[in-house]
Write a protein that binds this ligand. Structure first.
Ligand code: FMN
Length: 220
């Protein structure tokens, strides 16, 4: 079987640099403010990530006011990056994301990507499927899609010269209460974003041989 040998273009190289240079940064320059325009652009590029049925269940609560970052600080177990970073983005999953199916598939029709009949049948199928799913199944879907968009956000940020750290260390119940987030949404992770004051420390990875197997899983 011929094995494909892709040529390495300049764009590939830059992309690999972005992946290789991203580190979790926990010390930020508090003087650096990322404009709302730039944050919006980072979010726009992040949301090019794939999602189940293209339902895009991610929602973002961008916390960039100093007072609100202070309020978040104890909720995130006093992690310093919460107050020093330009913003902290709470990535949320919308458990009622399927209510936007009509809008999303309507946009696809308008863009000429899909005939109206096809869009209608997708909307019916996904609305029926999601609205009858047990809550754990919807949670699983929004967590998966939320992870994909979060990773993309961190890489987009790095490509623009910013640093990030994803955080699971916070009290989910308290953030919901403090920021009046309704039960419709589930917190997925927090992402601090800003300019590093100190570089993130290098970390190790398991070898691919330890984590990937071709065609069959190893015997236990
Ligand atoms: C879901 C998730 C939760 C994490 N939670 C925290 C956290 O609360 N605080 C923190 O400092 N780092 C947190 N991290 C960062 C990890 O410690 C870090 O990604 C890992 O050590 C690898 O380092 P690297 O990101 O620099 O490659 C989290 C990462 C992920 C993916």
């Amino acid at each position: 079987m011929p094995v494909s040998q892709p040529s390495l273009t300049m764009e590939h190289q830059l992309f690999f640099d972005v992946i290789g240079e991203r580190r979790s940064v926990r010390s930020y320059d508090p003087e650096i403010k990322i404009s709302r325009e730039e944050l919006t652009d980072i979010l726009r590029q992040a949301t090019l990530a794939p999602s189940a049925a293209n339902l895009q269940p991610w929602r973002f609560l961008v916390i960039d006011s100093p007072e609100l970052k202070q309020k978040l600080h104890p909720i995130a177990f006093n992690q310093q990056q919460v107050v020093e970073a330009s913003a902290v983005i709470a990535v949320l999953g919308d458990l009622e994301c399927y209510t936007l199916a009509e809008k999303i598939y309507g946009m696809a029709v308008e863009a000429g990507y899909m005939p109206e009949e096809t869009a209608k049948s997708f909307v019916e199928r996904y609305t029926g499927m999601y609205s009858s799913m047990p809550p754990e199944a919807i949670h699983e879907k929004v967590y998966t899609d939320g992870g994909l968009v979060s990773m993309q956000l961190m890489l987009v940020a790095r490509a623009k010269g910013y640093d990030t750290v994803s955080m699971g260390g916070y009290d989910k119940q308290k953030i919901m209460e403090a920021f009046r987030i309704s039960e419709r949404y589930v917190p997925i992770m927090l992402i601090a974003i800003g300019k590093a004051a100190k570089p993130g420390h290098p970390t190790v990875r398991l070898a691919v041989d330890d984590v990937a197997f071709f065609n069959e899983m190893p015997k236990e």
